[in-house]
Ligand binder design. Sequence first.
Ligand SMILES: [Zn+2]
Length: 276
Amino acid sequence: MPELPEVEVVRRSLAPALTGSRIVGVEVRRPRMIRRQPRARDFADRLNGRIIEGVGRHGKFLLADIEGDLTWVTHLGMSGHLQVAAPGEEEELHTNVVITTDRSQELRFVDPRTFGFMAVLTPEEVAASSLRLLGPDAHTALPRAPRLAESLQHRSAPIKAVLLDQHFVAGLGNIYADEVLFRAGIRPDRPAGSLSGVEVKRLRGAVRPVLESGLRWGGTSLDDLAYLLPDGRAGENLARLKVYGREDEPCRRCGNAIRRSVIRQRSSFWCATCQQ
Ligand SMILES: [Zn+2]
C-alpha cells in the first residue's frame, strides 16, 4: 500500500501539472471509486468547471483545494496509482476515473482492486468525515518527544501497531514503520508504554530520515509494481530498505538474519540483535 513517501512523491509530481488548471471533464467508470461521496452526483458536479488551487497531503491522503472551498480527497488504497497522460494516449487496464483539465491533460486513477477512492467534500463534510480523526502528519507535524512519550505511556499495544494507527500519527504503513523501528533500535512487539524517554526520542528521530529516504528515491515500488509514479516510473527505495521484506537475509548492520513476526495480523521484519 502506498504510504506517506509514495503519496508525497505523487503530490510533488502532480502539483505543478494540476495547480491553476481548470477541470473540464469528469468520467467515473467504476462508481465504487466514489463510494465515499455523500451524494454520488456531487462528485462530477463539484469538479466540473472549477480550478484546482493547490495539491496538498495529510498522511496517506491527497487533498487538493478546489475553487469554492471544496476539498478533493484521493486515497490510493492498496493498489491505486495516478497517471498524468494526454487525451488519446493509450490507457492502462483498470483506469477507473478520468479527470480532464483545460491544459489538455488527463489525470487517470488506475486501481485494479478498487480499494482506493475519491471524493469532493465541503468543509462541513470534511469535518464529519474520518479525515477529522487523522493524527498529525508524520512528515510535517510530528509531535515533539515529550508529547509523544505522554501519548504512548498508557498504551499496551505493540509499538508497531501504534505506529500503524493513523489516529496516532498519519502516514506510516507497514514498510516505513518497520524501517523506523529498525533505525530506532526498538523491537516491533514492545508494548508502546514500555518505551523509555530516550527510546521515544530515538523513535521520533528515526521517522524523518526514514521518510526522507523514501522520498529521495521516489518511494518504494514492490515487485508487484502496484505503486508507480505519475509518469509511469517505479520508485527505487526497495533496494535501500534495511529490514522490510528481508526475512532471512543478513542485517545490513550486524549481519544476523532478519526475522519476520506477525504482529496484529501484519508481517513485521526486524533484527533481534539490533532491536531491543
Ligand atoms: Zn542487526
